[in-house]
Design a protein around this ligand. Sequence first.
Ligand SMILES: Cc1cc2nc3c(=O)[nH]c(=O)nc-3n(C[C@H](O)[C@H](O)[C@H](O)COP(=O)(O)OP(=O)(O)OC[C@H]3O[C@@H](n4cnc5c(N)ncnc54)[C@H](O)[C@@H]3O)c2cc1C
Length: 418
Amino acid sequence: MSRRAEAEYDVIVAGGGAGGVGAALGAARAGARVCLVEKYGFLGGAATASQVLAYCGFFQQGPEPVRAVAGAGELVLEELRGLGMDGEAHRSETTGNWIILLNPEGVKLALDRVLAAHGVDVLLHTRVAAVSRTSERLEAVTLAGMEGRRRMAAEAFVDATGDANLCLVAGVPMRVGDGEGGLQAVTAPIRVGGIDPAHRIDREAIKAAIARYNARGRYPVARTDGGIYTRVPGTGEMWWMIIDLPLHDLSSASFTRVEQSARAMAADYVALLRDEVPGFERAFLAQTGPQVGIRETRHPAARYEMTGEDIVGGRRRADGVARAAWPVELHGDAGKPVYHSVGGAGYASVPLDSLRAQGLGNLYLAGRVIGADPVAYGSIRVMGTAFATGEAAGVAGALGATDGVRVAGELRALGALT
Ligand SMILES: Cc1cc2nc3c(=O)[nH]c(=O)nc-3n(C[C@H](O)[C@H](O)[C@H](O)COP(=O)(O)OP(=O)(O)OC[C@H]3O[C@@H](n4cnc5c(N)ncnc54)[C@H](O)[C@@H]3O)c2cc1C
């Protein structure tokens, strides 16, 4: 019996964030039978689990929004538009970069719909917990779901878990953070309700309140400029990025500490708005979570690690299967991001080898786990780029391909790459 006839699926994708959705769509559009496995009860990854309410990386920097991502990412935007969201480029007031604003409930529904339309089987409330492998290939994953554990075999696998959880259980070597003990800060966006929709949010009043709080408060605010905020599309709520915490290591104890600290800080900061900022007299904490925003954990070893020079120099390559167009954004010190622009033509090529795990021929990487040094990581991790690296990993998995030039050709045929 051929391997294909044996396996239930051609491609199994672990993780349903932008990288995983891109991978599932890419593999399905290339003709594969695809199963996507997600540990939460909804898709979207950081956009829906951590209230990261803007897709970055769809456009290059500059006075006009020049597209860097098409294909699967565009299919998702079309679905969002069909649900009444605008899905168009907006210029960030804070950074001047082009972003797409999101409503998390819309994202959940749009992703359900786009995957169903492409015949992808989705298993929610299910996590990849173990693998069986030979010295060169993955054979199957063990899924831990509501019915207990089950084995699922496939021809190819994509790790789009953000935290490299599939690579971890598969024994792929990896770097934690910058490799020298440094992890980018955790940030917990929150939503604040009860604000008069007609009220203009006054940054100067927020800055002054923070300065007073920092002189006496329990949890000094790193973002003394008032943080990043916007109105959540379709609601009067304020989305506020003001809570930053250092992450010391990847233990469950550390994650428990940052989750609980973020909740305590959220309560204090919303009370500060209510007590001291005009227009917030009736403000309440509408939402934290479901979980804090985790910027960085593990980086599995890929066959090529993109470098900061690749991004800053805008390096283009014939084996490029995606475009990284977001400026390098580094969050070493909590609440004090540093940016470096993308050079060259405004994007850097992501080669297929940075989507291929070392040592296992049929394990591909998508989203923020692709091969990247600490500087390149500051660019490639954004969700627009994750849709593109995901789509490329999915197409490569469906074809069993190792040649970036060939995969780039397939992506062009699918309209995913120009
Ligand atoms: C505070 C913050 C602000 C950010 N701001 C922006 C921004 O404005 N715009 C932007 O584009 N990017 C932003 N980013 C970066 C971006 O959100 C992430 O880098 C991006 O979401 C990575 O996509 P991904 O698909 O690789 O991973 P994720 O979005 O993390 O998705 C991974 C998915 O895998 C699932 N999973 C994990 N383990 C398993 C398992 N074992 N089995 C099954 N499923 C599993 C998770 O539940 C999750 O749904 C921000 C990040 C943070 C933390």
